[in-house]
Design a protein around this ligand. Structure first.
Ligand code: NAD
Ligand SMILES: O=P(O)(O)OC[C@H]1O[C@H](O[C@H]2[C@H](O)[C@@H](O)[C@@H](O)O[C@@H]2CO)[C@H](O)[C@@H](O)[C@@H]1O
Ligand code: MN
Length: 441
């Protein structure tokens, strides 16, 4: 059986241990010959890398493994898959993304609103460089990308590398929602045949068919309206995330046709959500005090003890597993059904062909084969067209170094609206981001 060579870019990510555990769990169905991890932060990479050595010694002894900060050496190897999960500027810049808009009375969030705009301008630069570097040595390797904001990264890479058909941007939120529906309905989430449409972090489930073709969405909607909605992993979730999932009930009560992605709360109820956000202590602080602290302490503990037995960090979560089952479907031409981010080209017939939409597709060795969605109702088309224009103007502001397009983008965003607010926040973000961004003139 072929063994695949994988490169993880952003090996110092807090999500890496879960991904490495999933590699061990799935080694029979998706065998890896060589795994390399690369990161720009030597300290972060070493902590996770030394943990990985012990994990693989105990659970994957046949695996050839190395970690490095030498990107050129990492990219020059023969690679089958590149898993990308970088955070340009780290959590420190995420904190700025979230706090600066809040200082101006606007939603501050990692991937949505002005925070996502700022993060997007940082990510595009490093992601474009990554594609260029990978393609120099591995023209056929599949680049599976988690790096956020996935909507803006996906649109930028489509603009910058339109002929590259082996880049796939993915998000674990629809997968997490399917697993949450599975827990509510007491069914295997992989048995669902979902119909989903939207942009990344801006979409809806319209149908949830079971193996007999029955649509379970109406039953699910009634359950949500009767008792609220909790994620599959609610026991592990921080309160801010539980608050987010709690908003699903109000959204479904207001717009019962479809089941929303949780990120829609920022766009449909910006005033209500804004009141819950603390400008002095945001999600970035929670993650630095929570997940990041837990993961790195647990990895240090594993290295100190010399074993992963009993370790808290190593669990097989949706995030770690999802990218692997996506890769498996491509590697073995399985055609399994996943919700992924791809060029519209008529999938949603009344949206622009060049929009990067998030829809269900069959993943084959030749990439996604999407399921047609057809025409979407005016309400959803209106919302998505505005968000699409915001995302496209953000990418054009990057490519053209255009302050005016950046201002237009933020003015169009439903969390900002006011052109005066957009200018205030944009100028503050320009100052905070410095050389992370291209100069906007
Ligand atoms: N698509 C999704 O649904 C999804 C889900 C979870 C996380 N994410 C994204 O995955 C990324 C990692 O998330 P995290 O919370 O673990 O972040 P993290 O900050 O813990 O890890 C990111 C790592 O990337 C490294 N890095 C930064 N720039 C790099 C570069 N140019 N090359 C290589 N490495 C680089 C950092 O040093 C850091 O170790 C983020 O972009 C996050 O938004 C996406
Ligand atoms: O605030 P964070 O850093 O905890 O999470 C931000 C990310 O949130 C989503 O990913 C969720 C995922 O949906 C869920 O299944 C589980 O794995 O937790 C993840 C992290 O909370 C979102 O899809 C990502 O794009 C965000 O980066
Ligand atoms: Mn996501």
């Amino acid at each position: 059986m072929k063994k695949f060579n994988i490169l993880i870019v952003g090996g110092g990510s807090t999500w890496t241990p879960g991904l490495l555990k999933s590699l061990c769990v799935r080694k029979d169905s998706f065998p890896i010959g060589k795994l390399t991890m690369v990161d720009v932060n030597e300290e972060r990479q070493a902590v996770i890398g030394e943990f990985a050595k012990i994990l693989f010694r105990e659970e994957y002894s046949e695996l050839e493994f190395e970690y490095t900060t030498d990107k050129q050496a990492a990219y020059a190897q023969k690679l089958d898959f590149v898993f990308v999960q970088m955070r340009t500027g780290g959590y420190g810049m995420r904190e700025q993304d979230e706090k600066i808009p809040l200082q101006h009375g606007v939603i501050g969030q990692e991937t949505c609103g002005p925070g996502g705009f700022a993060y997007g301008l940082r990510s595009i630069k490093d992601m474009a460089q990554l594609v260029t570097d990978v393609r120099e040595h591995n023209p056929k390797a599949w680049i599976l990308n988690y790096t956020n904001p996935a909507a803006i990264v996906a649109d930028a890479l489509q603009q910058l590398f339109p002929e590259d058909k082996r880049i796939l941007n993915i998000c674990d939120q629809p997968e997490n929602l399917l697993r949450s529906y599975g827990r509510l309905l007491e069914r295997d989430p992989r048995s669902f045949d979902p119909v989903y449409f939207g942009l990344n972090h801006f979409g809806w489930f319209t149908h949830l068919y079971d193996e007999s073709g029955n649509d379970l969405l109406p039953q699910l909607r009634d359950m949500i309206l009767d008792g609220g909605f909790r994620p599959v992993d609610y026991e592990q979730r921080d309160q801010s995330w539980l608050d987010t999932y709690a908003m699903v009930e109000q959204t479904v009560r207001d717009f019962p046709d479809y089941l929303p992605n949780t990120y829609l709360q920022y766009y449909l109820y910006p005033d209500k959500v804004l009141k819950k956000l603390d400008p002095s202590h945001t999600r970035a602080n929670e993650v630095m005090e929570g997940r990041e602290k837990r993961v790195f302490e647990a990895c240090h503990e594993v290295v100190d003890k010399g074993t992963t037995v009993g370790a808290s960090v190593v669990h097989n979560d949706a995030h770690g597993e999802f990218i692997l089952i996506v890769a498996e479907s491509i590697a073995y031409n399985k055609g399994d059904n996943f919700i992924v981010i791809i060029k519209n080209e008529g999938i949603i017939s009344n949206l622009p062909d060049d929009a990067m939409v998030e829809v269900a597709a069959s993943l084959t060795a030749n990439g996604p084969r999407p399921y047609a969605v057809g025409e979407i109702p005016v309400f959803y088309k209106g919302l998505i067209e505005g968000q699409y224009a915001y995302e496209r103007l953000t990418v054009e502001a990057y490519i053209e170094n255009s302050y005016q397009k950046a201002l237009q983008a933020l003015t169009l965003n439903r969390t900002v609206v006011s052109a005066q607010k957009a200018r205030e926040v944009l100028d503050a973000l320009i100052e905070a981001n410095g050389d992370f961004w291209p100069e906007l003139k």
